[in-house]
Design a protein around this ligand. Structure first.
Ligand code: TXA
Ligand code: MG
Length: 320
């Protein structure tokens, strides 16, 4: 776990333009000094991420966020006060501090205050914004442990702050508050219901994939190597038998209550969506190691179920 020395070392690496993998409550991030152009560019190089896909700037507080944005509109202010620190990213009009590299050349910037003690300590000690996407290669499953980061990025990351597994397990919920009505750009670790209750009105949904520059919005993303199919619990037994008959190794990712033939490899997930979200990416990695075909039973849509279903659907989408 962390020592004061680890935070000091991470700050030093950031100040020197290096990359630090940092724990957050959602997933591990690949962080760089958001004001250092070359460092921010290295994130794109290491991830293999197209330069048009903007980064999230992490800050320690709403007050620190203000320097990065032109304004915080009333509903942005309301959401920030209600949910920061937390798994919520707000898209706001940018200030001059937010570079084209960070924003992908857009006039908006994505900001979040993570609810993680180590991330907040780092942000306060660094005393600046940290640009950080999830610490995985572009299009791959996000890391929820430091070990995932090590396995995937190896020498490409200069320092890793290890604080154990991420508590939430899926990325932050992204809400664009620059328009007439707040829009949900990506379902995530903060439930849509909680946002709508705070706002007192329904969130508009981003349906026009093409108008959002978000890699999380691309069809195939969060993808394991093995083929993944979504199957509702009542159809699971028949579908699993059919795939087993083809002679492939079948992994079933489902709550223990879902019935499947004994010949499949079972990876249990909690019955509730919050628990499912927590283990989702670790299970996908494991399923990928163990099987050729993954059959996943998605949770209901409520709460974090929306985000889990979204990530599973993307993992199941045809590969580019
Ligand atoms: O939970 C999280 O959000 C994690 C942790 C590390 O904070 N980060 C994360 O980053 O998921 P990344 O890069 O994997 O996803 C960031 C998302 C992308 O879909 C990106 O396109 C979107 O945020 N985004 C960033 N700036 C944006 C902007 N100005 N407008 C719309 N979408 C934006
Ligand atoms: Mg990502």
């Amino acid at each position: 776990m962390q020592t004061a020395g680890d935070i000091a070392r991470a700050v030093e690496v950031l100040r020197g333009g290096g990359l630090v993998a940092l724990p957050t409550e959602t997933v591990y991030g690949l962080g760089a000094d958001a004001q250092n152009e070359l460092a921010a560019r290295r994130i794109f190089a290491v991830k293999g991420r197209p330069s048009t896909h903007p980064l999230i700037v992490h800050v320690a507080s709403l007050e620190d966020a203000r320097a990065w944005v032109a304004e915080v509109p009333p509903e942005g202010e309301l959401l920030a006060r209600a949910f920061w620190p937390g798994p919520l990213t707000l898209v706001l009009r940018r200030s001059a501090l937010a570079s084209d590299t960070v924003t992908g050349g857009q006039d908006t910037v994505a900001i979040r205050v993570p609810a993680h003690e180590v991330a907040l300590k780092l942000l306060r000690a660094f005393d600046g914004g940290i640009a950080a996407p999830s610490a995985n290669r572009f299009g791959k499953v996000s890391p929820t442990t430091a070990q995932h980061v090590r396995e995937e990025l190896g020498e490409d990351v200069d320092f890793i702050l290890d604080a154990g597994p991420s508590q939430v397990g899926v990325e932050s919920t992204i809400v664009d508050v620059t328009g007439a009505a707040p829009r949900l750009l990506r379902p995530g670790g903060l439930a849509r219901e909680a946002l709508e209750e705070a706002l007192g009105r329904p969130l508009a949904l981003a349906t026009q994939v093409a108008d959002v520059r978000a890699p999380g919005m691309l069809e195939s993303h969060y993808a394991p190597r093995a083929g993944l199919w979504l199957v509702d619990a009542p159809r699971l037994a028949a579908e699993a038998s059919r795939r087993l008959d083809e002679g492939v190794r079948v992994v079933v990712l489902a709550p223990a209550s879902a019935v499947a033939p004994a010949a499949v490899i079972r990876l249990d997930v909690p019955e509730d969506a919050t628990g499912f979200a927590q283990v989702l990416y670790a299970r996908l990695r494991e399923a990928d190691r163990l099987g050729e075909v993954i059959l996943a039973v998605p949770p209901p849509e409520s709460g974090l179920g929306l985000a889990v279903r979204d990530r599973l659907a993307r993992a199941a989408a045809p590969r580019r």
